[in-house]
Design a binder for this molecule. Structure first.
Ligand SMILES: C[S@@+](CC[C@H](N)C(=O)[O-])C[C@H]1O[C@@H](n2cnc3c(N)ncnc32)[C@H](O)[C@@H]1O
Length: 487
């Protein structure tokens, strides 16, 4: 029987969906983060449960051929106590990362969805000759702020997986470099003005998070989250305003990098959510714009605010949205222009807006108020008049009742990681759209939901998009087609 802190030797022969390597020790499954298939490892047991254990790499005894050197100084290595928990595939060669992801999707579809027809899928890789992983792809970075005990300076970092400890970093390799630059400029001013930093152990007031969003033209929004009400006489707010003015002016006449707005969000609750409900514009405006081209000539200008939803990898998002558009056109559906589309979990209207000119009308539903407001503005500014948006929680009965009243021909669903709940699946079966475009960031919930729909829907198409290189996450587009005749 394995015990905590036991040191054992183990061979890794699979990778689980969350990216951890899997081996067996006397028939017990052992998960080993940051390992690769073919590794032979000395590991230390850090968790023991009835059906599995988890262990940390002590020493690589024999190295897998899938391994490469991670391109980031903060990435895990067995010698480090503190490492960044943001990426978990950086030690794996890029083409192998893609292979592993493809395997997650196919395994999930057959094992969880019990759908066995699909035996190969297309996975999109970044460029052509790409052996090395693409870095600098994230258009959004967000970090907690903390006071470093070593030098008593304000810093930012990332939580070590499963802990409340932060690893300090100075830049994030998978984020756009210009976003890192703005973040570091903010940190210099934060130290100069000596602003107060939140600490869940010692100070429940202060500034707690910093976020940067950036577009292809290198225009950015910087958001600072803190516990203070936006109160002119609060000395910390005064510092923040002064700091913001300085920072904004520093970039004002810059040609290659601009700050469009600096925003303050109040969040005084002990919660996992980063943003609070109230946002205040300190400088400029809470807005950047991103132009996404369609393969057949047009383009859409998307507005992005500090808190609205926008896919974090613009390059892959453009390919994903175009794949939905191409697929819809290639289906050669009769009278497409007469059909009604429901875009569930629509965010700022992203996918629905992108295909709105091909169909009769689009209805988008999302729980985030700011995203729905954004969707309305984006539609109007792109002269799209056949899309409407509703700010509702899809899991509520009143929303399900509303959906039941609609005649839906085509359904787009792009839920968060947990997928669609059973009540929504039942409603989908009742309104029985002809086609379902299911865009998912979690192969497990996609497979479960496709499995729940399989009596009525065939899984016709599956394509994966490497939206999150260096991590085990992957985005998948599935097309489900209603079985039988259309009325
Ligand atoms: C992956 S995003 C979808 C983004 C959008 N399709 C796009 O491409 O920009 C998931 C969305 O689900 C929304 N959401 C999560 N839970 C929800 C719920 N219970 N009801 C409605 N919307 C929800 C979130 O606000 C978020 O915008």
């Amino acid at each position: 029987m394995l015990k905590l802190n036991d040191i054992i030797e183990i061979e890794i022969n699979n990778i689980a969906n969350g990216g951890e390597g899997v081996g067996k020790y006397k028939k017990l499954v052992v998960f080993v983060p940051f390992s690769a298939i073919g590794d032979y490892l000395e590991v230390k047991v850090v968790e023991v449960k009835k059906t599995f254990a988890r262990a940390r790499i002590n020493k690589i005894l024999s190295k897998s051929e899938d391994r490469c050197t991670a391109g980031c100084e903060y990435y895990f290595s067995s010698e480090k106590d503190k490492y960044c928990g943001g990426c978990n595939f950086m030690h794996i060669k890029y083409l192998k990362q893609l292979e592993y992801k493809k395997r997650f999707i196919l395994d999930s579809i057959s094992r969880i969805g019990k759908i066995n027809k699909i035996n190969n899928i297309n996975i999109l890789q970044y460029g052509l000759e790409i052996e090395n992983s693409p870095l600098e792809y994230r258009n959004k970075l967000q970090f907690p702020l903390f006071m470093s005990k070593d030098d008593n300076k304000i810093n930012f970092g990332l939580y070590i997986n499963g802990t409340h400890e932060i690893t300090p970093i100075t830049s994030c390799k998978i984020c756009k470099n210009y976003a890192n630059k703005i973040l570091n400029s903010f940190i210099s001013y934060a130290n100069k003005f000596n602003i107060k930093i939140y600490d869940e152990k010692t100070s429940l007031e202060g500034f707690r998070h910093v976020l940067v969003r950036i577009n292809k033209k290198n225009e950015a929004i910087l958001t600072i989250v803190g516990t203070y009400d936006y109160d002119e006489i609060n000395i910390q707010i005064k510092y923040l305003k002064e700091l913001s003015k300085n920072l904004f002016n520093d970039y004002k006449n810059n040609l290659d990098l601009k700050i469009n707005g600096i925003i303050y969000s109040v969040n005084s609750k002990k919660t996992n959510f980063i943003f609070g409900e109230n946002f205040f514009v300190l400088e400029g405006k809470d807005e950047i714009e991103e132009k996404i081209d369609m393969f057949d000539g047009k383009s859409i200008k998307y507005k992005i605010s500090s808190s609205s939803f926008f896919q974090i990898n613009t390059f892959i998002m453009e390919i994903l949205y175009n794949s939905v558009r191409k697929l819809l056109l290639n289906l050669e559906i009769e009278h497409l222009k007469d059909l009604k589309v429901l875009d569930l979990f629509c965010g700022s209207g992203g996918i629905g807006i992108f295909i709105s000119d091909l169909v009769n009308n689009v209805i988008g539903i999302d729980v985030a108020k700011k995203s729905i407001e954004n969707a309305k503005i984006i539609s109007k500014e792109n002269s799209i008049f056949n899309a409407s948006y509703i700010n509702k929680n899809i899991e509520r009965k009143e929303t399900l009742d509303y959906i039941l009243e609609q005649k839906v021909d085509i359904l787009i669903v792009n839920p968060p990681r947990k997928g669609i709940n059973k009540n929504i699946i039942d409603v989908i079966k009742k309104i029985s759209p002809r086609k379902i475009f299911y865009v998912s960031c979690n192969p497990v919930s996609l497979a479960r939901d496709a499995g729940l729909l399989k009596e009525m829907y065939d899984l016709k198409f599956l394509k994966a998009f490497d939206m999150f290189p260096e991590t085990s996450n992957v985005e998948t587009l599935a097309l489900l087609e209603r079985i039988g005749n259309y009325e």
